[in-house]
Design a protein around this ligand. Structure first.
Ligand code: D5M
Ligand code: FE
Ligand code: ZN
Length: 594
């Protein structure tokens, strides 16, 4: 099946604009009329960048240098004969898409040609600096380019936008392009010995230390045992893991910081100039890596000295982080916690999800949203499992784990074939509870594998069409919410931000989160993801942090007694969808559809 022409044209224009390539309407028309124009435009973008004389303006001369034989043939037939004055009229110079709007930086652009035919789209000339692309939700087979108030001209386009009720998912036209960048499966061996714990801590220290050192503002730091050599009061910078933190009765924070060489006390003073530092200190828990700049006061009578902190900071991610985007108009749907096998599994909502994916619910806009979905990540707790929590038996409608997976395969078989599905292990899967977790063993998931589902460990980093998604079930989030003032289960996105700030998925030991003693710390967030995806809390949330898209997928399970006992009010049936080309996000509430 093919996508509608207008959608295709929109994609082609988007691709050119995103690549900073200017085209004239005639050249655009030329490309649109080629066979497989999306493929051709990809080729043109790629090859033109290697042409020395190419300065961003796609002209016939540049097109002549593209290797494709069809382009050469059609050029000869059409364009060479054509009056070249028709070319180079509209210039979409240096345009950038931002949140569905294309901002055109070149104020001198003007449309000079009125006789341009552009298949199904309409060009609306209004404003020299803004190109508005109707976003996919509102798009009704047209886009408008606004250039110059006075020169308002409508370029009449041949053909009209046909509204077809036939479902033509654009995602079907694209091959899946994905790579598993990180998956702990098969790399999780442990002897459970003391050495493993030691290696894990060392690996964590080294990784986090390297991330901290990468920050531009962290210059020369001193190892802790060298600090004690100083006999005079002086300014010192140090990096270490928090061994202990407590609030003194006067409201100061006393931190015991350690590195491989020793440990030292740091005092974060409660005074008005220190407000920012106190805010950070409030959120510090054991085992986090921090950077301290302050004044070292040597101790008297061979006692260890103490640092009075002037600056306290966690690793964090840069404010100007620039996420990757897909060149193609595809989306990813992020879900988790379906809990198939539980009495509370919301099968009706799941069936609505399947209907949505098959273009069977909602209006045209909803179907367009569905049609873009090329990937789904199921971030753990697909099945309810057995014996996961006390008295779970009473909540189970399917009490055999194999039957739960059989049902899961049945339910997932409704997902259209052109969608690639990834499934990572949560705490309800038949694998170990401690994180990181391996993929569910084959004996349980054979039917799912036959459906093409990719079973992965947790956490995992998946690159889909250029965009990196870090999917982590979220086990530690509940602990973090309990321990850090201001964090709570009903606002999971705030907890996710804290994980990014710590650059660690479980910045806490000794609580409910079990961490496997293995020699490599898989929970360090070394590579900044473009999308950060968690679940487990069963309460949906979507947001941003320093340009990283954050999604806590809700669930497909209503409240159990067990959840009730923790005061969790789940939000079943809300699906998070992110456009991989714009990174715009959408939470689709399936409860609102019939
Ligand atoms: O988790 C279901 C919900 O219950 C989710 O919101 C986390 C919460 N939960 C799970 N275990 C605990 C404990 N031990 N304390 C507090 N809250 C908890 P699921 O992983 O689906 O069982
Ligand atoms: Fe769950
Ligand atoms: Zn869970």
């Amino acid at each position: 099946m093919k996508a509608g022409n207008s959608e295709k044209n929109r994609i082609i224009i988007n691709k050119l604009v995103n690549s900073g390539i200017n085209v004239t309407p005639s050249i655009l028309n030329f490309i649109i009329n080629l066979e497989n124009p999306i493929e051709k435009v990809n080729l043109i973008i790629k090859e033109s960048s290697f042409i020395p004389s190419f300065n961003g303006h796609l002209t016939t001369d540049i097109l002549k240098k593209i290797s494709n034989s069809e382009i050469k043939k059609v050029l000869k037939r059409n364009l060479i004969k054509e009056d070249s004055s028709k070319l180079n009229k509209i210039e979409l110079i240096n345009s950038k898409i931002f949140n569905g709007k294309i901002t055109n930086n070149n104020k001198e652009n003007r449309i000079k040609d009125e006789n341009v035919n552009l298949t199904e789209n309409q060009l609306d000339i209004d404003n020299p600096s803004i190109l508005t692309l109707n976003d996919s939700i509102k798009s009704e087979n047209k886009f408008s380019i606004k250039i110059g108030e006075k020169k308002k001209k409508m370029i009449k386009l041949t053909g009209s936008a046909k509204s077809s009720f036939e479902y033509k998912p654009i995602a079907k036209e694209y091959k899946a392009e994905y790579k598993i960048l990180k998956d702990p499966t098969g790399k999780l061996y442990t002897t459970g010995s003391y050495e493993d714990f030691y290696d894990l801590t060392l690996d964590k220290f080294n990784h986090l230390y390297a991330l901290m050192r990468k920050r531009g503002d962290v210059l020369s730091t001193t190892k802790i045992n060298n600090i004690f050599r100083n006999t005079l009061k002086q300014e010192i910078s140090v990096i270490g893991l928090v061994n202990d933190i407590r609030k003194t009765k006067n409201g100061h924070y006393l931190i015991n910081l350690e590195d491989q060489t020793g440990s030292i006390n740091v005092l974060v003073n409660k005074n008005s100039e220190n407000e920012e530092n106190l805010k950070i200190a409030k959120r510090i828990i054991k085992d986090q890596m921090i950077f301290i700049d302050g004044i070292y006061n040597p101790g008297e009578n061979r006692k260890k000295g103490i640092i009075f902190a002037n600056l306290v900071s966690k690793i964090d991610i840069p404010r100007n982080f620039s996420p990757n985007r897909s060149p193609d108009p595809l989306s990813i749907a992020l879900i988790s916690d379906t809990h198939i096998g539980s009495r509370e599994f919301e099968e009706k909502l799941w069936n609505k999800f399947i209907n949505f994916l098959n273009g069977k619910i909602g209006n045209k806009s909803i179907r367009e949203i569905a049609g873009r979905i090329k990937y789904i990540i199921i971030n753990g707790d697909l099945v309810d499992g057995i014996g996961v929590y006390p008295n779970q038996k009473n909540d189970l409608i399917i009490s055999d784990i194999f039957q739960q997976f059989k049902k899961a395969a049945e339910l997932l078989s409704g997902i259209p074939e052109h969608i690639e599905v990834f499934y990572t292990s949560g705490n309800h899967e038949p694998v170990r509870k401690a994180i990181p977790r391996p993929a569910v063993p084959k004996k349980y998931v054979e039917d799912l594998i036959n459906l093409g589902v990719k079973c992965l460990g947790n956490p995992t980093m998946i690159k889909t069409h250029n965009v990196n998604t870090l999917s982590y079930h979220g086990d530690s989030m509940i602990d973090l919410n309990l321990m850090i003032q201001g964090l709570e289960n009903k606002t999971p996105v705030e907890t996710m931000k804290e994980l990014l700030i710590c650059r660690h998925l479980a910045p806490i030991y000794g609580k409910k989160t079990q961490i496997a003693p293995i020699s490599k710390d898989w929970l360090v967030i070394d590579k900044i993801p473009d999308i950060f995806h968690t679940g487990h809390v069963h309460i949906n949330g979507m947001g941003h942090y320093h340009n990283v898209s954050l999604v806590n997928s809700g669930c497909f399970q209503s409240q159990t007694e067990f959840m009730n006992s923790f005061g969790i009010h789940p939000t079943p049936g809300i699906v998070s969808i992110i456009e991989l080309d714009t990174l715009n996000g959408l939470e689709l509430d399936l409860r609102k559809f019939n």
